[in-house]
Design a protein around this ligand. Structure first.
Ligand code: SF4
Length: 475
């Protein structure tokens, strides 16, 4: 089988580093004009993969001489890294662009760049060209690695630069990255998706599935570990089908076994898993591992076979239940979380009852419930029988109550136990507390010194507050 070009494109990396040098000259000139270093602000909408992409954008901007700014108001260059999975995210971007226009009118040297999934949609590009002429640079998901080159074009041009590709077979990863957390990091293992769930726009905006070469993934993780990273999150739209399109196919489970062997990495997470591709081999690897976290996010989306079929999810409720039973038997301490959509076209009260029934049977530790959002260009957008908004709202509230009750019960079972937490940050509400994350992804807040950030501590989970705990460190 002929695989995609999955290894890093060294020539392209070198070219982009050259563009970074050129872009740095422009930044230096701008800095002289301003009498200070220019500042940037990257705003991320959407998923973990976008968050990782934003770290790359930030890395390039810092390499060419920009300093980070916390708010758009303080920035000379604003980048919106957009998401298009739900329509309200698109509306938020348009709303915030109006605000950026007013900022730019007071600060004419300000540059505005837009990228991410939303930019892969032609109707979005048309609207930006027509109504948002003050935007300086627009690019998509496939050419993000050319950011330095695009910046040079933007600095040289007086008008709007728009560069959107429909696809790419290239993977260019060897570029600067500015990590948000020193102790944990996302690592892309694959891009795109082949599944075409009928409601989802991702395969159209992120393209077909491409897996990265395993040796390059391992090298990146080794370098992260050497730099103090103790937790990695392996990222892909469907990690369970990792490696199938490589020249030398390698399963996701076998990749995990190799990641486990890297010294310094103490925790491994991954997302997202498609239930239809989750293998017995993966369950075995997870069960035997002391590093792979006891948390599995397994999107169900809907509980009725009729809706699952219409969604093109390619599993039945019985198959899903059998899978979660096997997972729970192998790892009784695992936390299962999921995504649920309410209001898919044609959804009836009986369908919603079946989704609620699944929540009660699987006993999720948490579920992210979403209102169905129609995305133009997907098969579901053309389906009849739109559910009235009021019915969707009522169903959503009913489902949410069951999700919350189940999650509370699940969390209560661990009250009083001592568990290992990775200290992540100072508590947002109370500066005397630290926030730590447990292997099962739940948070615990406890008195401690900020010097412990990035370290592992044993914490007694004294009080369960539904979705988090308060506790104390056990020496
Ligand atoms: S698996 Fe389905 S929902 Fe997930 S990204 Fe692919 S098409 Fe979208």
């Amino acid at each position: 089988m002929t695989g995609y070009t999955s290894t890093n494109d060294e020539k392209e990396s070198a070219l982009q580093r050259e563009y970074m040098r050129q872009a740095a000259d422009y930044t230096e000139r701008l800095g002289k004009k301003l009498g200070r270093k220019p500042r940037y602000c990257v705003v991320t909408f959407g998923c973990q993969m976008n968050a990782r992409d934003s770290e790359k954008l930030s890395g390039i901007l810092e390499r060419i001489g920009y300093l980070p700014a916390a708010r758009e108001e303080d920035a000379d260059l604003v980048v919106y890294n957009t998401c298009t999975v739900r329509d309200n995210a698109n509306q938020r971007v348009y709303g915030r662009l109006g605000y950026l226009k007013s900022l730019k009118s007071k600060k004419p040297h300000m540059k505005i760049a837009l990228c991410g999934c939303m930019m892969q949609e032609q109707n979005v590009i048309d609207r930006i060209r027509e109504s948002y002429r003050f935007v300086d640079l627009v690019f998509g998901t496939h050419n993000l690695y050319k950011f330095a080159q695009l910046l040079v074009s933007m600095f040289e041009s007086g008008g709007m630069i728009v560069d959107i590709w429909q696809e790419t077979d290239r993977i260019v990863e060897d570029l600067p990255v500015s990590r948000k957390y020193p102790y944990k990091s996302g690592v892309n293992i694959m891009f795109g998706c082949n599944n075409f769930c009928s409601y989802c726009i991702v395969p159209y905006v992120r393209g077909r599935e491409r897996s990265r070469d395993p040796d390059e993934i391992l090298r990146e993780i080794e370098a992260l570990a050497a730099d103090g990273v103790v937790e990695v999150m392996l990222l892909g739209q469907n990690v369970n089908s990792y490696g199938r399109n490589l020249k030398h196919p390698l399963s996701f489970a076998r990749l995990l076994r190799r990641v486990e062997q890297i010294d310094g990495v103490r925790r491994i997470r991954f997302m997202t898993s498609h239930p239809k591709d989750l293998s017995e081999e993966l369950i075995d690897v997870m069960k035997d591992s002391s590093k792979i976290c006891r948390h599995l996010h397994l999107p169900l989306q809907a509980g009725s076979d009729r809706i699952l079929r219409a969604m093109n999810r390619r599993y039945t409720r019985e198959q899903y239940l059998a899978l979660t039973d096997r997972i729970k038997t192998a790892m009784p301490d695992i936390s299962l979380t999921t995504d649920l959509i309410v209001g898919f076209p044609g959804e009836t009260a009986e369908d919603v009852a079946q989704t609620i029934d699944m929540v009660q049977r699987v006993e999720y530790d948490n579920a992210y419930t979403f209102l169905y959002s129609k995305r133009t260009g997907t098969p579901a957008a053309a389906m009849p029988d739109t559910v009235p908004a009021e019915t969707v709202r009522e169903n959503f509230d009913r489902l949410l109550k069951v999700v919350q009750d189940t999650a509370r019960k699940r969390a209560a079972r661990m009250q009083g136990q001592v568990m290992e937490a990775l200290v992540e940050e100072v508590n947002e509400q109370d500066g005397s507390l630290m926030t730590g994350r447990l292997s099962n992804n739940m948070l615990v807040h406890f008195p401690a010194d900020s010097g412990l950030i990035g370290r592992f501590v044993d914490v007694s989970l004294d009080v369960c507050h539904g979705f988090y705990y308060t506790g104390h460190i056990v020496s």
